[in-house]
Design a protein around this ligand. Structure first.
Ligand code: ADP
Ligand code: 5GP
Length: 187
């Protein structure tokens, strides 16, 4: 059987990664999302095992020690990472897996997986729009938003390392762009 591919989606916090990927997956149930592990606190409305596997810092460090992570990174003071077993199983079964992860983890996945992986960066129309989206989402404290905007500038600075860049201005267009990249350039 033909192996599945890894589709890595990155971009600053608040740019719309989850919104775009969820809309894509509503139409393309043949592809699947990797559920990450994190040590950050759970937000209102999030569900353990759906949005993330929420762990303590100690549990996360144990998983790293046991070689259970495909990649991981520290982001704004918390661990985030991709559990290896689920991804490997799906790829072996011919399923494309989407990882929505930050840039350090994305670069590590590229190093490990090489041609099996395609990197897509979602870009905001401007920093002002990005700040407004983070504030309107209403899920992060003022301090967390400031940290996320600082990280965003660094992330945008390495977007040229990605295979494709999609600007999320009009949401429907961004979803179509993602569909085009995946269907025309992957498989
Ligand atoms: P990320 O996953 O990148 O952190 P989200 O998907 O949570 O970002 O989106 C951040 C906020 O921006 C959400 O409130 C979402 O509804 C909103 N949003 C996403 N895309 C657009 C868009 N194209 N135009 C306006 N608002 C958007
Ligand atoms: P949030 O706290 O907003 O859910 O996520 C913060 C950042 O961590 C986002 O850029 C998100 O894409 C990234 N992230 C989520 N899961 C993972 C993961 O498994 N690995 C890495 N490296 N980053 C992740």
């Amino acid at each position: 059987m033909k192996e599945g591919k890894l589709i890595v989606v990155s971009g600053p916090s608040g740019v719309g990664k989850d919104t775009i990927v969820n809309k894509y997956l509503e139409k393309h149930s043949e592809d699947e999302l990797s559920i990450s592990m994190t040590s950050r606190p759970i937000r209102d409305g999030e569900v353990n095992g759906v949005n993330y596997y929420f762990k303590t810092k100690e549990e996360f460090e144990e998983a790293i020690k046991n070689n259970e992570m495909l990649e991981f990174a520290l982001y704004n003071g918390n661990y985030y990472g991709t559990p290896k077993a689920e991804v490997e199983e799906r790829i072996k079964n011919g399923i494309n897996v989407i990882l929505v992860i930050e840039v350090v983890g994305a670069m590590n996945v590229k190093n490990i997986m090489g041609d099996k992986c395609t990197l897509i960066f979602i870009m905001p129309p401007s920093m002002e729009v990005l700040k407004n989206r983070l504030m309107n989402r209403g899920t992060d404290s003022k301090e967390s938003i400031e940290g996320r905007l600082d990280i965003a500038k660094k992330e945008i600075g390495i977007s040229d390392k990605y295979d494709f860049i999609i600007i999320n201005d009009n949401l429907e267009k961004a979803v179509r762009d993602l569909e085009n990249v995946i269907k025309n350039n992957i498989n």
